[in-house]
Design a binder for this molecule. Structure first.
Ligand code: CDP
Length: 203
């Protein structure tokens, strides 16, 4: 089965999705890594983002390899985040990556995080979560992770939120039937327990 976890940057998707996958023994998939990889390749090599997406050679695990190169840390750099959000507005990029994701999810049990998993990639997922938190809380978490100041993160975050919510193709939206969880001031453990409970109810 598929557990779909969508939401904006800094809502806690990665920590929550990883912990839920571990608790259930499911495989974790971060769909954002694919957009980041296409953003990185487009920044570095130029050319059409859609071609990079269609030919994407990526290995996803504890480390992320693109064309055999370990790019795990590079993918988290602010310029790559911005490039990812930009290439994610391209519908050819989106359909190439959504196809790759559906192919993976066809087999086995998964916890997948992203922006459009519950709406586009796996609308039939039995458990769909929309994770949110206040903009200030999201920026604080991201700033702590990156070691930068909260104001810069808040500015970049607002730009990315606007791009993700405003794009014509698969904008960030809560999927029909999704459960909305606000993680502001809630411990990771509590959020994980809540989702694990929903998965048990659904199976
Ligand atoms: O970790 P964070 O939430 O900041 O970002 P991410 O999940 O790694 O995704 C990076 C960017 O890829 C996002 O800002 C989105 O623009 C895009 N993305 C998307 O459009 N659809 C997805 N399923 C996943 C990511």
């Amino acid at each position: 089965m598929v557990v779909a976890i969508d939401g904006p940057a800094g809502a806690g998707k990665s920590s929550v999705a990883r912990a839920v996958a571990r608790a259930l023994g499911f495989t974790y998939l971060n769909s954002g890594s694919m957009y980041r990889a296409v953003g990185l390749l487009t920044l570095r090599d130029g050319g059409a983002a859609s071609e990079h997406a269609e030919k994407l050679d990526i290995e996803l695990g504890d480390r992320v390899l693109v064309n055999g190169e370990d790019v795990t840390e590079t993918l988290r750099e602010p310029e790559v985040s911005e490039a990812a959000s930009r290439v994610a507005t391209n519908d050819r990029v989106r359909s190439a990556l959504a196809d790759k994701q559906r192919e993976l999810l066809g087999d086995g049990d998964w916890v997948v995080e992203g922006r459009d998993i519950g709406t586009v990639v796996a609308p039939g997922a039995p458990v769909k979560i929309f994770l949110t938190a206040s903009p200030e809380e999201r920026a604080r978490r991201r700033a702590a992770e990156l070691g930068t100041d909260v104001d810069t993160v808040l500015r970049d975050q607002a730009l990315r939120d606007a791009q993700d919510e405003g794009r014509a193709h698969s904008p960030l939206r809560m999927a029909p039937g999704a459960v909305s969880l606000d993680t502001t001031g809630v411990t990771l453990d509590d959020v994980v327990q809540r989702i694990v409970g929903l998965v048990h109810e659904a199976s």
